[in-house]
Design a binder for this molecule. Structure first.
Ligand code: NAD
Length: 313
């Protein structure tokens, strides 16, 4: 059975200065030798654990990846353009980071036989025929980002089939938690919290009936650690909670927790927006022993409290 603790390993976290990558590095740094490759396009130096060795560089550059990969036996590949909007604005740049970057990592890992855990996404499913979404759901992405992540997900499987490389693809649903970017491309939770805390109305795209499965970054980190030790390689797993809320319910929850007026305004939905998303996590439960531990109310309350530490209420 997979274990959620790693010790004495030498690992590479690509994108280790980013939101998810930096939490992964925090979980690993004390008991493992951790290397990071990050180009700091969205990552921040202040998020990087002081115990990690940082290489500033492009994950698409084989020389950069080769330099580090020779010393590691495990790679958590998080580096990517993680923004759907940016992929729509500039598909070529996004394709390069997300597809070429993944291929470069897998190709270098093949030469040293390092296991690679690839960050895939719920965006590969597009608008699902039904929820909850199992891994067998047809994949019809509605954005360049979704197409790119689907290619990365397939490459992970293919490198296992063709070259017997240990790979696992983790299909993250809507991840949230401390350090998530507060920029133009921020997630709906960060946006709502920013708006509510600064006394602005909460902006909902469409009528707010769209549902999402919000998974706390601590649970995503645990899924990665379990994937690092599982013997069920060459597989893809949904990483969500199996629960969903509507965007309108989320807005009310945020208003409640921030004691704000809760004024909501509706704007046009963006093209390609998904109506329903909720993960079926039974495969990850069965094969990895994955169990989400942070409920949405607790995770949001911790963000509102400021230090991001999740305490049960
Ligand atoms: P993020 O933008 O915070 O992190 C990405 C990191 O990769 C950043 O530090 C960035 O500087 C770095 N990076 C980008 N391009 C690079 C390149 N060419 N070379 C080296 N470094 C590069 O995003 P995140 O939310 O932490 O996402 C991490 C991974 O999880 C991504 O692969 C993303 O597609 C995936 N994912 C995220 C979510 C989510 O809800 N946040 C959902 C599904 C999948």
């Amino acid at each position: 059975m997979a274990s959620a603790t790693l010790e004495g390993r030498s690992v590479l976290v690509t994108g280790g200065a980013g939101f998810i990558g930096s939490h992964l590095v925090d979980a690993l740094a004390q008991d493992n030798e951790v290397h990071i490759i990050d180009d700091f396009s969205t990552g921040r130096r202040g998020h990087v654990h002081p115990g990690a060795t940082v290489i500033e560089g492009d994950v698409c550059d084989p020389a950069v990846v080769s330099e580090v990969i020779a010393d590691v036996d495990l790679v958590f590949h998080q580096a990517a353009n993680a923004s759907i909007k940016r992929s729509v604005d500039d598909p070529s740049a996004s394709h390069r980071a997300n597809v070429q970057g993944t291929l470069t990592v897998l190709e270098r890992a093949r030469r040293t036989d390092a296991r690679v855990i690839v960050a895939s996404s719920t965006a590969i499913y597009g608008n699902p025929t039904s929820v909850p979404i199992s891994e067998d759901e047809p994949t019809t992405p509605t954005s360049p980002y979704g197409v790119e992540k689907l290619a990365a997900d397939h490459y992970a499987r293919l490198y296992n089939e063709l070259y017997d490389l240990d790979t696992v693809a983790l299909r993250y649903f809507n991840v949230y938690g401390p350090r998530q970017a507060c920029a133009d491309y921020s997630s709906v939770i960060t946006t709502f919290l920013e708006q509510a805390c600064s006394g602005q109305p909460i902006t909902i795209e469409g009528d707010g009936s769209q549902i999402r499965d919000f998974v706390h970054v601590n649970d995503v980190v645990r899924a990665n650690l379990l994937a690092a030790t599982t013997d069920r390689v060459g597989e893809a797993y949904n990483v969500g909670t199996g629960r969903s809320v509507s965007v309108l319910e989320l807005a009310r929850l945020v208003a409640d927790l921030t004691d704000s007026r809760g004024e909501v305004i509706h704007v046009d939905r963006r093209p390609g927006d998904i109506q329903k998303s909720r993960a079926d996590i039974s495969k990850a439960r069965r094969d990895l022993g994955y169990e989400p531990s942070v409920g949405l109310h607790d995770g949001l309350a911790a963000l509102v409290d400021g230090d991001g530490t999740v305490r049960r209420r």
